[in-house]
Design a binder for this molecule. Structure first.
Ligand SMILES: C[S@@+](CC[C@H](N)C(=O)[O-])C[C@H]1O[C@@H](n2cnc3c(N)ncnc32)[C@H](O)[C@@H]1O
Length: 222
């Protein structure tokens, strides 16, 4: 099995299971034009987030890490007319490109982008929850802090998704000096000792290479 094979299989499934989407292509093109890094979720992962939001009957979604708004738009498209998605982004240029993309997708009334360090914004959201779905996809060393906030801002039944947890397999290396690897490992330890959530991790391959996500459901009131 090679990355070329994974990519071809990913492209095959996506082309068969999803209609061409000019808006999403424009969103990614605008991100490239704006010089943003190509670290959005893949199209298939975006659709997975969309389906998870549907399964949750989500009305309120929280995202940590907006970039160009690609994953935000996938999730927001699953919301009902009165739904809301709040997305947090530290970088002003990323936020500007994302705002343009959100407008391009016609979701300016649904997606609320809050610019600033997520750890400072999260405590201000207590009155705006509970969130039905939380997607954590920002600076990995802060994963444990974001996860604690996700529980606090959630409710029994909230789904928390954390992206990029495999770190090329280095997640199993306890001696790693990579702060992102240690951020994921601390998150896993936190979840292991947290009776209020039930979680699993899935490894993935595809156009974004070898990676994985953690899925956690809040099973008791926080
Ligand atoms: C992996 S990208 C997000 C990708 C996006 N979720 C998607 O799939 O389309 C991570 C984003 O988190 C932002 N970020 C990094 N540290 C942050 C922080 N402390 N607070 C808020 N956002 C942060 C980065 O600027 C970057 O835009």
């Amino acid at each position: 099995m090679t990355p070329e094979r994974w990519n071809a299989v990913d492209a095959y499934f996506f082309s068969q299971l999803h209609a061409p989407d000019a808006v999403m292509e424009e969103v990614l093109a605008a991100a490239t034009k704006g010089g943003l890094p190509d670290i959005h979720v893949s199209p298939a992962q975006g659709k997975l987030l969309h389906l998870l939001a549907k399964l949750q009957n989500a009305r309120r979604i929280l995202e940590v890490g907006t970039l160009a708004g690609y994953s935000s738009i996938w999730m927001a498209r699953a919301l009902p007319a009165d739904g809301k998605l709040i997305t947090l982004e530290i970088d002003s240029h990323h936020a500007q490109v994302a705002k343009e993309n959100i407008a391009r997708a016609g979701l300016g009334q649904v997606i609320d982008l809050r610019q600033g360090a997520a750890i400072k914004t999260l405590p201000t959201l207590l009155a705006e929850g509970p969130f039905d779905l939380v997607f954590i996809d920002a600076d990995k060393p802060s994963n444990p802090d974001y996860f604690r906030w996700a529980i606090r801002l959630g409710r029994k039944g909230t789904l928390i998704v954390v992206d990029n947890v495999v770190r090329k397999g280095e997640v199993i290396n306890g001696a790693s000096e990579d702060a992102s690897v240690q951020g994921v490992r601390q998150l896993v330890e936190l979840i292991a000792g947290e009776p209020r959530v039930s979680a699993t991790a899935l490894q993935t391959v595809g156009v974004k290479g070898y990676d994985g996500i953690i899925l956690a459901v809040v099973v008791a009131e926080s």
